[in-house]
Design a protein. Structure first.
Length: 122
């Protein structure tokens, strides 16, 4: 955020909001090795979204999370997508894939199927 020219007060505000949303505010001043795998993953998602990017590349964003925290991450990614952020997500979870507008299934590096939900255009 510093390199984006975001003022210190705004940086602090954004970081606190995202950490609260990801339910890791109580771990704000901890080092990565002091966090559980799930907490580390939620912090990684928080770091990805705090700068309000136009594109997020998400590789198994819920892979190390329990179902409740995984649903929170997917809900957040959905909200970001609805507000204009493009999300490209790789997952083995059919549950998480169902949040998408477009699903491309690969096998051995080749496209096997492609599904676009009704009402969406590519």
């Amino acid at each position: 955020l510093f390199y984006l020219g975001v003022a210190a007060a705004e940086r602090e505000k954004r970081v606190n909001e995202v950490l609260e949303h990801m339910q890791v505010m109580h771990r704000k001043n901890h080092f990565p090795q002091q966090l559980s795998g799930g907490q580390q993953q939620r912090v990684a998602v928080a770091r990805a979204i705090v700068a309000k990017p136009k594109l997020i590349l998400a590789d198994e964003p819920t892979g190390n999370l329990d179902s409740a925290h995984g649903s929170e991450v997917m809900k957040l990614l959905t909200e970001l997508n609805e507000s204009g952020t493009t999300i490209v997500m790789v997952t083995h979870s059919t549950h998480d894939a169902e949040y998408s507008h477009r699903i491309i299934n690969l096998f051995d590096g080749h496209v096997v199927t492609e599904n676009i939900k009704e009402g969406f255009h590519v």
